[in-house]
Design a protein around this ligand. Structure first.
Ligand code: NDP
Length: 320
């Protein structure tokens, strides 16, 4: 049987077989997941936000040893060791960089001068236009449904993607709430040239998330995640004791300083990497409420492609 295929501006830009891009997620996306997604024909991403420079370099080298296909590194721009990370990325000839949570003007020209393709993650039309002006090659438009860091405006993927696609002339990648082929087909209809998938890949065999976290996210039901900590950095969390503490503080009007104290240090590591389900910060998207299995990354990519193409064909048939 022929493998289903979809060619878009983004597959051409990065040289991919499929327009499926794995999100760069702290503590969950190391070389194993990134190389597995790239080998499956999508774009795998190493999430460097939870890596010291030495670890990032090791992850890049292992990824290169395990795939001959393109892969990327995600760099959250508020990361403390950013200059060192950029230097490692350039030295190791990483072909694509996804930047997030910061100003794309700062590093895009330098990365591009080394022939690296740059994509920036945005959650509003205003920042999409700014990122286009900064010279990025493509954008991720990430809606309110997404896990982890998120926009303050709470704009959903359904609203954001067509608005961004209309406002810019570079390719747009949709993110937030995409965990199956139906959602992928919907995003392509909204004007996206690819999708970025986070939560579905956390629940994969190759993700470096702790098994307790993987198991807990499969138990999540509708309404079990919420966007909190808007005063600091808005973040979508899976509900647990830590979430309850943050929520209670917010409801009694706690100020930034008190929230910072509750957050403390290395909460995300505790939750997602060490599997401490009560005390840790568990960043995950809304789609977790609808997932019920851990699959190999290649199967996730193949299933999404199959479902997406079937959905497009079904829609087309009902039209004619
Ligand atoms: P904290 O300040 O609470 O803790 C820092 C954590 O990052 C520690 O666990 C530390 O590991 C690890 N770390 C890795 N590299 C460094 C470094 N160079 N300096 C200091 N710590 C480092 O931060 P968070 O855990 O909340 O966030 C960590 C990073 O991830 C930030 O840059 C943040 O912007 C980014 N982030 C990205 C998200 C995304 O969606 N892409 C979501 C959330 C955060 P150790 O304990 O071993 O020292």
């Amino acid at each position: 049987m022929l493998k289903p295929s979809l060619k878009t501006k983004v597959t051409r830009l990065f040289g991919l077989e499929n327009p499926i891009i794995q999100a760069g997620m702290i503590w969950c996306s190391g070389w194993k997941l990134a190389s597995a997604v790239s080998n499956a024909g999508g774009l795998g991403i190493i999430g460097s936000g939870s890596m010291y420079p030495k670890e990032l370099e090791e992850n890049i080298k292992k990824c290169q040893a395990n795939t001959k296909k393109p892969f990327a590194v995600n760099v959250p721009l508020l990361y403390p060791a950013i200059e060192k990370h950029i230097e490692i990325i350039i030295r190791n000839k990483v072909p694509i960089v996804f930047t997030s949570a910061g100003n794309p003007k700062t590093h895009t020209p330098k990365l591009k001068s080394y022939g690296i393709k740059v994509v920036h993650v945005v959650s509003s039309v205003k920042f999409a236009k700014k990122a286009e002006m900064a010279g990025v090659d493509a954008l991720v438009a990430e809606g309110f449904e997404a896990g982890g860091h998120n926009g303050r405006e709470e704009t959903t993927t359904l609203v954001l993607v067509p608005a961004v696609a209309k406002a810019v002339s570079i390719p747009v990648i949709a993110a937030g709430g995409i965990g199956n082929g139906q959602a992928m087909a919907a995003c392509m209809a909204l004007g996206a040239e690819a999708v970025q998938v986070g939560t579905r890949f956390v629940a994969s065999a190759e993700s470096s998330a702790h098994t307790n976290f993987k198991r807990y996210l499969l138990e999540a039901k509708e309404g079990d995640t919420e966007l909190v900590m808007k005063q600091l950095q808005p973040v979508r969390l899976l509900k647990n004791d830590f979430y309850k503490e943050v929520k209670a503080a917010e409801l009694r009007g706690a100020k930034k300083e008190e929230l910072k104290k509750i957050l403390g240090r290395a909460r995300a590591k505790k939750g997602m990497s060490q599997g401490e389900l009560n005390e840790g910060e568990l960043e995950i998207g809304q789609i977790s409420g609808y997932l019920n299995n851990i699959l190999p990354a290649a199967e996730i990519v193949a299933n999404m492609m199959q479902e997406c193409i079937e959905t497009i064909k079904r829609t087309h048939r009902s039209l004619s």
